[in-house]
Design a protein around this ligand. Structure first.
Ligand SMILES: [Zn+2]
Ligand SMILES: [Zn+2]
Length: 340
């Protein structure tokens, strides 16, 4: 079968690999139809997420069930479309024992620690497989980035009538806007790129171009009526944006960090003691949240589809990844599609 293999740091190529074999008890074989490319794919490809090469990337995956092993759930039938939850956890460590297996000490993600969706067949545990009625595979694949947003609004405990500022209008920032609007909150989306803000307006957000940290902080506080927004969310990982989320948040507010980076950020310690901010990090989601994301995508298919800006066939995946890395402001969501 064909697969796209990241052979080493910065080297991705089409290869011919053996089939994965029949599923054993509790396993399913999927034929991936659509794989979304995201920022963590860039980090892995550039060797910034370890060096577990060779690896088949792709963790935002929708596909068709091709074989079901013995003793699997009855809702998994051959020919069904499914979305894949990329994460599996050990069940034994402290986070697993307290019901937070999404930050398991021994967690494993397809496309990062195990082979992912950029291949013609993929065998994995049934617990990671979620049936979906979404007719478009590329839209169904976006259940994964949407699931991060489901986790974000849940951690932030966003309530109707609250004011939420989201910094960063990439796919995760856009998805957070959608979910926060769905909870009834007002959302202000901030980004330097006008094209991304235009997409955000379509998601129901008010928008503000990023100028500099102090200017944006005062404009966001003004937008909130002067007290500061109850919830501020960073979806950039950029130090200035993170500093702004802390500075602009209302006293007794919540600051949520979902953007990924290796940067360090200087913060004024008094922001935490004077304002009693709750600072919440967000990683991948839990299984029930993945199911919520699948249902959200099914119910908001047309809106979610607006995030897809470019589609490429499997054999052009290496070119698609490089193109997306070189054009961060044009590429909202790049999806690799395979004919099934
Ligand atoms: Zn991703
Ligand atoms: Zn664990």
């Amino acid at each position: 079968m064909r697969a796209v293999v990241t052979q080493a740091k910065g080297v991705m190529e089409l290869a011919d690999l053996p089939e994965p074999g029949s599923p054993v008890a509790g396993e399913v074989v999927i034929r991936p139809e659509a794989v979304g490319i995201c920022g963590s794919d860039f980090h892995f490809f550039l060797g910034e997420l370890g060096s577990d090469f060779p690896r088949i990337q792709g963790h935002e995956v929708a596909g068709i069930v091709e074989a079901v092993g013995p003793d699997c759930r009855k809702d998994l039938g051959i020919g069904d479309r499914v979305a894949l939850h990329p994460l599996s956890s050990c069940g034994r460590c402290y986070p697993c024992r307290v019901g937070r297996g999404n930050v398991c000490d021994n967690f494993s993600l397809i496309g990062i620690h195990e082979d992912g969706g950029l291949q013609e067949r993929l065998r994995l545990p049934e617990a990671q497989v979620f049936p979906t009625s979404e007719p478009k595979p590329a839209v169904a694949a976006l259940a994964e980035p949407l699931s991060i947003a489901v986790r974000t609004v849940k951690r932030a405990q966003i309530r109707p009538d609250e004011r939420v500022v989201v910094l960063g209008a990439g796919p995760i920032g856009q998805a957070v806007c959608l979910l926060a609007r769905d909870r009834g909150a007002s959302v202000l989306l901030i980004d330097p790129v006008q094209g991304r803000l235009d997409i955000g307006s379509g998601m129901g957000a008010e928008v503000l171009p990023w100028s500099d940290r102090e200017e944006v902080t005062s404009q966001a506080r003004e937008w909130s009526g002067g007290e500061g927004p109850e919830v501020t969310i960073d979806a950039t990982g950029a130090p200035d944006a993170i500093r702004a989320t802390v500075d602009m948040a209302a006293s007794a507010g919540r600051v949520v960090i979902v953007g990924m980076s290796h940067h360090e950020v200087p913060l004024r310690v008094f922001s935490f003691t004077e304002k009693e901010l709750d600072v919440l990090g967000v990683s991948c989601c839990q299984e029930d949240e993945f199911a919520e994301a699948v249902a959200f995508v099914e119910g908001h298919s047309a809106l979610v589809e607006r995030l897809i800006t470019h589609e490429f066939p499997l054999e052009r995946a290496p070119e698609a990844l490089e193109w997306a890395m070189e054009h961060p402001t044009e590429a909202m969501k790049v999806v690799i599609e395979q004919e099934v």
